[in-house]
Ligand binder design. Structure first.
Ligand code: EPZ
Length: 419
């Protein structure tokens, strides 16, 4: 296991280039199952989760050719349609293989993704939508055993705007017979990025980015020749918070204002100066950080994937803030670790009351999930009194590409060590 060692107290300065979005890469790679030929995806981040989905698809017979940030994928020969438990349990987004496999083969055998640290993470909405499209499914030894003669279009209402649910059903629908309407669908930029890729493959999709997506099934599809992933808005937001918490000045190359409006608004209320630039977003941290209340919401609201990072910021803000997590039922695990660093936080149900303090104290802490790890590193960047050790940073490597190198280039005193 590895850990990150951080000496706090340095304002971060410089430029950081944002990687391609993890949550745009995963559905895009899964979509290459929809048709044979060579697909090409640009701006693919080097992440553990990308390795995981590649391992699962390689076992199915898919061929990958990796270049510098470019991934070529060929699914001419799909020999099997199983996504094994030992891989799926490390990455729940493997459920995204279900829709494309059913569209291509009419068969899929995907391990039911377990829950994870942040919540039960059910996939009932995915399965309900697929059965409305004619899929027969039964659970066998923890695997979703699914088959269908030919998917048929359906009018589907999602009880909750599920991101991967919308993506999964979009991929199932592109080759279904007739029209599929997704109502109360997720509007995240990653959903639109996937729709853009599917249209480049010949799919007929409208309304992505709104709460109603309409897909007309088509006979055949062609491989995506040159699909480019959007920049990772959660990585951008993490660096915006890093600049704020350290009182630094960072140019976020690839930061997109249209993907981060809610985050920009909250950081400006905290005193941060944010300017749109040709390359992206210029972020200057304030002398004193003002406390701000946030409530996580589906896009375009404040993203749940930045809640933990924003909480670290509020721990050293002036005054108190209320942080309400409405998307996942257990996404405050980072709280007890932040309290080990002297943070003053009390939890009431899905709300955390954060009383800002003058500073945090360096301490050994434990990462528990991907975004909590980033939150602890941000806290370490400003903690006093020695070295903050963040352990179990394999969580971090799932979603951030070479994070410590990017922070080192911005002047942080941070290094990775074998624990
Ligand atoms: C996606 O997860 C992201 N992952 C998550 O990012 C992100 O936190 C989440 O969307 C919310 O924005 C990927 O895109 C790979 P949901 P997803 O389905 O699709 C409930 C990260 O750190 N729900 O939008 O799994 C669910 O429990 C990860 O990069 C059901 O009840 O999230 C949650 O409360 C973490 N039944 C809410 O909906 C279902 O069938 C939103 O979940 C599906 C979801």
């Amino acid at each position: 296991m590895e850990k990150m060692l951080i000496e706090g107290g340095r304002p971060l300065k410089g430029t950081v280039k944002v990687a391609g979005a993890k949550n745009a890469a995963l559905p895009a790679i899964a979509a290459c199952l929809l048709t044979g030929g060579w697909h090409c995806i640009n701006h693919v981040p080097k992440l553990k989760d990308i390795q995981t989905i590649k391992s699962i698809m390689t076992k199915m017979g898919v061929v990958f050719q990796e270049g510098d940030g470019v991934l070529k994928i060929n699914s001419d020969e799909i020999k099997e349609y199983v996504a094994p438990y030992d891989l799926v349990r490390t990455m729940r987004a493997s459920i995204l293989l279900l829709g494309p496999l059913l569209a291509r083969l009419g068969r899929a055998n995907i391990s039911m993704p377990g829950g994870c640290a942040i919540g039960a993470r059910p996939v009932d909405l995915h399965l309900k939508a697929l059965s409305a499209m004619g899929v027969e499914m039964f659970l066998d030894k923890g695997y979703i055993n699914a088959k269908v003669e030919h998917l048929k279009g359906a009018d589907i209402f999602f009880d909750i705007p599920t991101v991967t649910g919308t993506e999964n059903i979009m991929m199932a629908a592109v080759r279904a017979k007739g029209q599929t309407v997704l109502r109360n669908s997720a509007k995240e930029p990653e959903v639109s990025n996937l729709a853009q890729m599917l249209r480049s493959m010949g799919a007929c999709i409208e309304g992505d980015g709104t709460d109603t997506v309409v897909i007309e099934g088509v006979q055949g599809l062609r491989p995506a020749q040159d699909h480019t992933l959007i920049p990772d808005r959660i990585e951008s937001g993490t660096f915006m918070i890093a600049s704020t918490i350290t009182g630094g000045e960072i140019l976020i190359d690839g930061g997109r204002h249209d993907h981060l409006a809610s985050v920009i608004e909250k950081l400006q209320s905290a005193g941060t100066q944010i300017e749109k630039r040709e390359q992206g977003l210029f972020v200057r941290g304030p002398e004193a950080i003002q406390s701000v209340d946030i409530e996580t919401m589906p896009f375009p609201g404040f993203p749940t994937d930045l809640q933990a990072q924003f909480m670290a910021l509020m721990c050293v803000a002036k005054g108190s803030s209320v942080i309400r997590e409405t998307v996942f039922e257990n996404r405050f695990i980072h709280v007890s670790e932040l309290k080990r660093m002297g943070a003053d936080i009390t939890i009431h149900g899905n709300q955390a009351m954060v009383r800002g303090k003058d500073h945090l104290l360096a301490a050994p802490v434990m990462a528990t999930d991907l975004r909590a790890s980033a939150s602890l590193i941000l806290a370490g960047l400003v903690a006093r009194g020695g070295t903050t050790e963040v352990r179990r940073i394999y969580h971090l490597d799932r979603g951030y590409e070479a994070l410590e190198k990017k922070f080192q280039n911005l002047g942080a005193n941070i290094r990775r060590e074998k624990a």
